[in-house]
Design a protein around this ligand. Sequence first.
Ligand code: HEC
Ligand code: HEC
Ligand code: HEC
Ligand code: HEC
Ligand code: HEC
Ligand code: HEC
Ligand code: HEC
Ligand code: HEC
Ligand code: HEC
Length: 332
Amino acid sequence: MNVTNSMKKIGWAAVLAGGALAVAACAGLKQDKPLLPIESYERMIVGRFDADYVGTDNCVKKCHKHQKITDDFRHSVHGEQIRPETGLPLVNCESCHGPGSLAIEKIGDDVAANDRQGVKCDTSKFLDIMNLPAPAQSLICLKCHSAASTPSLALWNASLHALNDVSCFDCHKLHQGPQQKVSREEMAEMCYACHPEVKAENGLFSHHPIREKKMACTDCHEPHGSTQEHLLKGNTVKETCTRCHMEKQGPFAFEHGDVTENCSNCHAPHGSVNNQLLTASMPFLCLQCHSGHTAGSTPESTTLFNNRCTDCHSQIHGTDIPSANGQGALLQ
Ligand code: HEC
Ligand code: HEC
Ligand code: HEC
Ligand code: HEC
Ligand code: HEC
Ligand code: HEC
Ligand code: HEC
Ligand code: HEC
Ligand code: HEC
């Protein structure tokens, strides 16, 4: 058994792969990206000093076109937020689009006449929110959604999404209906738009039931940011997985070294061509770290066990039961 040696080889392979990745990452860093101080983004979203806030009713009453948006909005969590002291809405159209007095200045009260003459609200007088840089778009939301009000956003600024100019708008389509949250049913398709490789993986033979809509990306990921690599929920991969697969959690009297600390040593979370989401088929999976062995210590017993190792080592994730020699061989 030469675990140490083959582990070293794997170690080197990892170092080389890591190096290749680091080079790939640097290529991204070379691109020019203006880094502005946060105040600059704030300045972009404070709105127009020359315009006044007129309220949702004034904003929309002269315009048929926004009927659906307005109805949906009123039935959304945002539309339902009322300030208790005043009874006035806490969130209205202008909370995100900026003050609207200049935009509606030139339209008359007669809706039918406006339609006939093609008089429209002057949208150029609103904040041009779709063309703001991503950090400024997100600040529009973050001015209310602080970490205190939305704890899942506490790590947003350091998240891979924020750092790669993905903004709140990219995932939250606020005017497609009253729903403001990303629904579990529509989530995967939304994420696949930017992560097509995950869709391909989930299409493989063995897969977590995401495409059957029994699971969603957020069962394992926290898209707003996390303390773990790959935006995973929990503090370790094991913690991410054992929220559902509790029987694999341990601690066991006989553990599989520390390899089960990271379930992705052996499992591909989104999907795999091998049974049970395995990253390689048996025995190759095991032979990456172990050599096959013979049935006994006598020279006659030379049959090498190079088949399905788990036919015997069925307790591959750990067990409390010692093997015949009193040690752990993960047999039962
Ligand atoms: C919580 C923030 C927020 C509020 C409140 C909000 N919007 Fe929007 N609005 C957006 C964002 C973000 C977009 C960009 C496009 C998108 O996500 O659909 C947008 C886009 C729009 C558009 C252009 C795109 C489209 O879908 O036609 C219109 C018109 C619009 N909003 C009208 C309104 C009206 C009317 C209200 C109030 C009833 C309102 N918005 C309230 C955030 C908001
Ligand atoms: C003027 C304050 C304000 C702004 C600006 C604002 N929100 Fe909200 N939002 C709220 C409040 C208040 C709630 C309800 C309480 C809560 O869930 O935190 C809410 C709830 C939500 C929810 C939860 C809905 C649910 O069903 O649980 C989402 C998602 C959301 N906002 C996204 C956004 C996004 C994206 C933006 C920026 C385009 C934004 N909000 C801008 C105040 C705001
Ligand atoms: C990469 C996609 C993505 C981005 C970017 C994103 N969100 Fe979300 N957000 C989601 C998903 C998915 C959910 C649903 C979470 C769930 O079902 O557990 C969600 C849920 C929420 C909720 C509901 C409360 C909660 O914590 O579940 C709020 C509020 C919210 N997002 C606000 C924001 C704001 C504000 C931003 C920008 C700073 C933002 N989101 C950026 C995907 C995203
Ligand atoms: C069962 C848990 C689980 C689910 C569900 C899940 N992921 Fe993952 N995802 C992981 C783990 C674990 C990793 C880290 C893989 C590794 O370490 O090799 C990962 C890695 C990733 C990565 C990094 C690139 C890669 O493939 O290694 C992306 C992007 C990703 N997931 C997106 C998604 C999206 C989008 C969904 C929903 C369609 C999703 N994930 C659903 C567990 C999950
Ligand atoms: C607008 C495009 C966009 C959308 C939509 C989007 N992402 Fe991402 N995501 C990115 C970018 C860009 C990165 C950082 C670069 C990379 O690793 O691909 C990233 C990174 C990630 C990572 C970490 C990848 C790693 O290598 O560690 C995960 C996990 C992830 N996204 C999951 C999700 C999930 C889950 C959703 C849906 C709720 C989602 N993303 C929606 C663009 C997007
Ligand atoms: C939200 C719950 C949940 C989380 C979190 C979760 N799983 Fe699963 N897992 C499931 C479900 C549901 C199935 C499908 C069971 C079935 O089809 O009978 C499954 C099946 C599996 C299978 C067996 C697949 C097969 O073909 O029999 C493996 C292996 C697995 N998960 C590993 C993992 C790993 C590794 C992680 C962490 C990256 C993880 N799971 C996280 C719910 C979860
Ligand atoms: C050393 C490799 C290895 C590691 C690490 C590993 N597994 Fe497995 N896992 C396997 C093998 C091999 C099978 C198939 C067992 C069989 O064929 O009897 C399996 C099967 C499974 C199954 C489906 C069958 C069952 O026993 O329920 C689940 C669920 C599972 N693993 C979850 C996990 C979780 C969660 C982790 C992390 C805590 C993990 N695995 C870590 C090798 C591993
Ligand atoms: C990522 C490397 C890795 C993979 C893959 C792996 N193992 Fe291991 N295995 C180890 C390490 C490390 C130990 C602990 C060695 C030690 O403590 O001497 C170990 C220990 C064992 C032990 C002995 C336990 C004991 O206490 O003596 C058995 C049996 C075993 N592995 C079987 C398997 C089988 C079967 C597979 C394939 C399903 C497998 N291993 C896959 C790294 C791995
Ligand atoms: C026919 C059943 C059987 C098969 C198949 C089998 N093993 Fe074993 N394995 C055993 C037995 C029995 C032991 C010794 C148990 C003891 O020490 O009490 C053992 C011990 C081990 C040990 C621990 C050796 C040590 O030094 O403590 C490792 C590692 C191991 N096997 C790996 C594998 C791998 C990898 C495969 C697949 C290539 C495999 N085994 C296939 C029955 C099997």
